[in-house]
Design a protein around this ligand. Structure first.
Ligand code: NAP
Ligand code: NAG
Ligand code: NAG
Ligand code: NAG
Length: 353
C-alpha cells in the first residue's frame, strides 16, 4: 500500500520534471498513506454561510463531478453542507463511499478531550457517521472561552498546547472509524516531523496556503519525502478576501490578471484560473478552490483535458515570491504570534507588513 501511495503523485511529478505532461488519470486523485484516495480537486467553502448560496454551489459542484468538499468547524456551514449531502445520498445520486469530506478541529478546541467533542459535533451537523479527513486546523491555540459567535478574543491565547497529546486523540478517532484519514493544516516541517517521530500513525495530509506567489516547493519536497499528500488552500490567491488588506495592509495579488498566466491561458485556450489550478495539480498537489458561481465551479474542475508544458511550468515556477507571497499569516487570530507553536517563525523577525 505504501508503495502505491507515492506512485500516483510521483508519476505526475516525474513526468513534469522530464517535460512530459501527465495524463489526466495520473492526477485525478492522490493516494494517501492511509490507502484512501483524495480527489485532486475539491470545493472550498470558507466564507460561505448563506444557505441558498451554499446549496446552489454544492449542487453545481456535485453535478460537475466534484466529490471532495472542504469545510471546518470554524466555517460555520457544516449543517448546510450536511443538508445537501443528505439529499444527494438519500436520492441515491451519490454513494457515501464516493464522497471525500474534510473538516477541521478548531483553533479553540486544541485539547485532547476536545477532539471527540468537536468531531462529534461536526459529524452531527454533516449528518455523517465518519469524515474522510480530519485535520488539526492550526498548530497554535486559543482558549475555548476566547471564541464567541465567530469572533476570537485578542487575549485568548492558550499556551498549553500539546501536539502529541492532541494527535493521540486524533488517532483514537481514526481507530474508532469516525475519521478515515488524519492530517494537519498550517503546520511547519518541525511540527510535522515531531508527530511522525512520536506516533505510529503519521499525518496523511498537510493543507497549507499554496498558489503562484507562494508555491511552497521546500514543503512539498519535505511532504513527498515523508509520504504526506499536500492540499493547496487559496489556490487562486483568495481574490474574495478583500478584508485582508484592511486587516494586515497586505495587497491582495491579482493572479488571474498576471500577464504570464494570461498568456499561457490563451495559448491553451483555457482560463487563467484553470492555468493556476493546473500548475499546482501538476506538482502532485490537490487544490480546493472556493466558488459560489456555478460556471466558475465547473471551470475549476475542467483542468484534465490539457497539460502545461515544461516551458509553461518553468515560467510559472519562476513567479514564486516565497514567504513574501504569503497572504495568511494568521496574526489576526487571538495572539497567535506569541504562541509557542506559531509556525512561521521567520515572520516574527520581520516588522508587521
Ligand atoms: N486550512 C486553512 O487554514 C484554510 C485557509 C484558507 C482557505 N482554506 C480552504 O481553501 C479554500 C479555498 O481558499 P480561498 O477560499 O481562500 O480562496 P481561493 O479558492 O483561492 O479563491 C476563491 C475566490 O476566487 C473566486 N473564484 C473562484 N473560481 C474562480 C474562477 N474560475 N475565476 C475567477 N474567480 C474565481 C471566488 O469567487 P466566486 O465565489 O464569486 O466565484 C472567490 O472569491 C477555502 O474555501 C477553504 O475551504 C483553508
Ligand atoms: C455527540 O453529539 C450528540 C448530539 O449533539 C450527543 O447526543 C452525543 O452524546 C455526543 N456524543 C459524544 C461521544 O460526545
Ligand atoms: C479577554 O479580555 C476580555 C476583556 O477584558 C474578557 O472579557 C475576556 O474574558 C478575556 N478572554 C479570555 C479568554 O481571557
Ligand atoms: C516551526 O514552528 C516552531 C514553533 O514556533 C518553531 O520552533 C520551528 O523552528 C518552526 N520550524 C520551521 C521549519 O520553521
Amino acid at each position: 500500500m505504501m508503495m502505491s501511495v507515492r506512485l500516483c503523485v510521483a508519476l505526475a511529478v516525474l513526468a513534469v520534471a522530464n517535460g512530459v505532461p501527465p495524463k489526466a488519470s495520473d492526477v485525478g486523485w492522490v493516494v494517501l498513506n492511509s490507502g484512501v484516495n483524495l480527489p485532486v480537486v475539491g470545493l472550498g467553502t470558507w466564507q460561505v454561510t448563506d444557505d441558498r448560496e451554499l446549496e446552489q454551489a454544492l449542487d453545481a459542484a456535485l453535478e460537475a463531478g466534484y466529490r471532495h468538499i472542504d469545510t471546518a468547524t470554524i466555517y460555520r456551514n457544516e449543517h448546510l453542507i450536511g443538508k445537501v449531502l443528505k439529499r444527494w445520498l438519500s436520492e441515491g445520486k451519490v454513494k457515501r463511499e464516493e464522497l471525500f469530506i474534510t473538516t477541521k478541529l478548531p483553533v479553540y478546541g486544541m485539547r485532547p478531550a476536545d477532539v471527540p467533542y468537536f468531531l462529534n459535533e461536526s459529524l452531527t451537523k454533516l449528518q455523517l457517521d465518519y469524515v474522510d479527513m480530519y485535520l488539526i486546523h492550526m498548530p497554535f491555540a486559543v482558549k475555548r472561552e476566547a471564541y464567541n459567535n465567530g469572533r476570537i478574543d485578542a487575549n485568548g491565547t492558550d499556551l498549553t498546547t500539546d501536539h502529541l497529546a492532541i494527535w493521540k486523540a486524533m488517532v483514537a478517532e481514526k481507530e474508532a472509524g469516525r475519521a478515515k484519514a488524519l492530517g494537519v493544516s498550517n503546520f511547519n516541517e518541525t511540527q510535522i516531523e515531531r508527530i511522525i517521530k512520536n506516533s505510529p500513525v503519521p499525518p496523511a495530509n498537510l493543507q497549507v496556503e499554496l498558489h503562484l506567489y507562494h508555491q511552497q516547493k521546500p514543503l512539498i519536497r519535505f511532504c513527498r519525502k515523508n509520504n504526506i499528500a499536500v492540499t493547496a488552500y487559496s489556490p487562486i490567491g483568495s481574490p474574495g478576501s478583500k478584508w485582508l488588506t484592511l486587516l494586515s495592509g497586505k495587497e491582495l495579488p491579482d493572479l488571474l490578471n498576471q500577464p504570464d498566466v494570461k498568456a499561457i491561458a490563451q495559448k491553451h485556450n483555457k482560463t487563467p484560473a484553470q492555468v493556476l489550478l493546473r500548475h499546482t495539480v501538476q506538482w502532485g498537489v490537490a487544490v480546493i478552490p472556493k466558488s459560489s458561481n456555478p460556471k466558475r465551479i465547473r471551470e475549476n474542475i475542467d483542468i484534465f483535458d490539457f497539460s502545461l508544458d515544461g516551458k509553461d511550468v518553468a515560467t510559472l515556477d519562476a513567479l514564486d515570491k516565497g514567504l513574501d507571497g504569503q497572504l495568511f499569516d494568521m496574526k489576526h487570530i487571538g495572539g497567535s504570534e506569541s504562541h509557542p507553536e506559531y509556525p512561521w517563525t521567520a515572520l516574527l523577525d520581520k516588522p508587521v507588513a
